[in-house]
Design a protein around this ligand. Structure first.
Ligand SMILES: [Zn+2]
Length: 255
């Protein structure tokens, strides 16, 4: 039984190694991870993915888990210990070390996707802010061009995240009460940031305002109606490409 499982596991590892063209080192880590995950009564399958969004997920039940992990995690030695630990906690707690690995893989993956999608080429010609952003003026222009039928919300900067490296970033925010108010993240006020990206963030928040001004009961914030309105921004695709290409730079500490 145990030998049978080990053989099946070895076959599965070899199949994944050839499908994902793993290096010898990556394959060795996958084998070690299998061994760590399958001890005693514990049986866990590992699936590799190249998914753009899901870096690590867990399905199944105790003693019979399926771990789906991004192939890039095999570049990190520490996952051999970290993932079994994470599985034994039913995927509910992620250690700082594992979060760092996930963050690195995600950023590398975003950068690779940006290259593959030609984002960097798209982005190289987009005009940048060049200097300090006049938030009021840009916001008024966006409001006046596309949302002039709605009352204009107040606009301001959100709190600065200082000189830290961020794990994630919220570019803007909208709140309806007590007064309609749009906030922009001050990290976007850097001279190399594409103007259309800043405009897109403000446009996005104004779409939330439009949604709030004509509410539909039970509608989710990023509903199909919302997304359709958001896509009407003329440089929607360019702004998205810019985000993919420059996200890691936005997360980095401000020089
Ligand atoms: Zn939103």
């Amino acid at each position: 039984m145990i030998i049978g499982n080990a053989e099946a596991a070895a076959r599965q590892v070899r199949r994944m190694a050839s499908r994902h063209r793993l290096s010898a080192l990556q394959e060795a880590r996958l084998v070690a991870l299998h061994l760590h995950l399958n001890t005693g009564a514990q049986i866990s399958r590992v699936r590799l993915n190249t998914n753009r969004r899901t870096m690590l997920s867990l399905r199944g039940r105790p003693h019979s888990w399926t771990v789906s992990m991004h192939v890039g995690l095999l570049d990190h030695d520490s996952i051999i210990a970290e993932i079994p630990e994470w599985v034994s906690g039913r995927g509910r707690t992620t250690s700082a070390q594992l979060r760092r690995c996930l963050q690195e893989v995600w950023l590398a993956q975003q950068a690779a996707a940006a290259v593959a999608d030609g984002d960097l080429i798209t982005c190289s010609t987009l005009p940048t802010l060049m200097g300090p952003l006049s938030l009021d003026a840009v916001f008024s222009a966006i409001h006046g061009t596309w949302f002039s039928h709605l009352p204009k919300p107040a606009v301001g900067w959100s709190r600065s995240s200082g000189r830290r490296t961020l794990m994630h970033i919220r570019f803007g925010a909208y709140r309806r009460h007590p007064l309609a108010y749009v906030q922009l993240n001050p990290r976007l006020d850097q001279p190399w940031v594409a103007r259309c990206f800043v405009e897109h963030v403000l446009f996005h928040e104004l779409c939330h305002h439009a949604q709030a001004c004509a509410p539909i009961r039970g509608e989710s914030p990023h509903s199909a109606r919302f997304r359709a309105l958001e896509r009407s921004y003329p440089q929607h695709a360019e702004a998205q490409a810019w985000e993919r290409a420059f996200l890691s730079r936005l997360l980095a500490p401000i020089a």
